[in-house]
Design a protein around this ligand. Structure first.
Ligand code: ADP
Length: 186
């Protein structure tokens, strides 16, 4: 078993919990002996996609880049965890098609309702968006197209990040993507 790569792609509104769940899932993947890289939307935008904005065109370029990198890295045998709003179905499908040439693609729709995301407002962005200070803000002044057939849809309302991460890991188990835990040798 040398090629065990796959892509775990979290999509959803800002504040839905993509990054938080990804950060909770990652250590368990590593405990299973998997090599993991995390392409987080906010970080990607400071490197790979520096200079891109939030028009539909720029968002599409951003997701095409993430999908391309994810496909290469998964092909090399690592797990790529992506957390990116990725609001357009067409571009998520494009990313899936690039990845599936080499490795499984697991789409997780973090379907926390807008009201809950806005209540959390971890970065203060919803307050600004509702005040009209941010143009093209997903869910407020730009669209979010819900995934039609994600491998998993989960609403984090009333759940802890640990519980939400456990739901993701269960789904990966069902999909036969989790190797057994690597036991510490004494
Ligand atoms: P996103 O990456 O989708 O923009 P973040 O992970 O940055 O979202 O923020 C989600 C916020 O919601 C964090 O403040 C997190 O602590 C909180 N939260 C509460 N419950 C959950 C849960 N079950 N899963 C994930 N995040 C949760």
């Amino acid at each position: 078993m040398s090629q065990r790569g796959f892509v775990l792609w979290f999509t959803g509104l800002s504040g839905a919990g993509k990054t938080t769940i990804a950060n909770n899932v990652e250590p368990e993947l590593e405990r299973r002996g998997l090599v993991v890289d995390h392409l987080d939307g906010d970080i990607v935008r400071t490197h790979l996609s520096k200079g891109l904005g939030f028009s539909k065109e720029d968002r599409d370029i951003n997701i095409a880049r993430i999908g391309w990198v994810a496909s290469r890295v998964a092909r090399a045998g690592a797990v790529v965890v992506v957390s990116a709003i990725s609001p357009y179905e067409e571009m998520r499908r494009h990313a899936r098609s690039l990845v599936e040439q080499h490795a499984p693609f697991v789409e997780i729709h973090v379907a926390t309702p807008l009201e809950e995301c806005a209540r959390r407002d971890p970065k203060g962005l919803y307050a600004a968006a509702f005040a009209g200070e941010i143009a093209e803000f997903t869910g407020v002044s730009a669209p979010y197209e819900e995934p039609l057939e994600p491998e998993l849809r989960l609403d984090t309302s009333g759940k802890t990040p640990t519980e939400s991460a456990a739901t993701v890991l269960e789904r990966l188990e069902e999909l036969n993507l989790l190797p057994p835990r690597v036991e510490a040798t004494s």
